[in-house]
Design a protein around this ligand. Structure first.
Ligand SMILES: C[C@H](O)[C@H](O)[C@H]1CNC2=NC(N)=NC(=O)C2=N1
Length: 99
């Protein structure tokens, strides 16, 4: 997968396929809300598991009932196709979440 930073216009086009994700300060951002701390932390640990497996690591902002996930590729200095793949994997963690 390419590790070249994508132009903003390309990022914005690809974002159409990732509901809830936004381009903020050169990274893909999304906020995930949870009813309590332990569910937030379960999510954080699942994201960390994916990050370790893929050797690609997001910045995480962790709070009692939500977590903001931010993907960029440090080595490329911007957002790459790898970040989009990782963002989709994070969404897939919650695809079958109970309402
Ligand atoms: C050595 C190691 O593979 C690199 O430092 C990886 C680790 N995880 C990474 N994560 C992210 N988000 N960007 C990187 O450039 C990056 N590089």
């Amino acid at each position: 997968m390419s590790t070249t930073a994508l132009p903003d216009a390309e990022v914005d086009t690809r974002l159409a396929d990732l509901p809830g994700w936004r381009r903020v300060d050169g990274a893909l951002h999304k906020r995930f809300d949870f009813p309590d701390y332990h569910r937030t932390m379960a999510f954080v640990n699942a994201v960390a598991w994916i990050a370790h497996q893929d050797d690609h690591h997001p910045d995480l902002s962790v709070h009692y009932g939500h977590c903001v996930v931010c993907w960029s590729t440090h080595s490329a200095g911007g957002i790459t196709a790898r970040d989009f793949a990782s963002a989709a994997k994070v969404d897939a963690l919650l695809a079958n979440r109970a309402p």
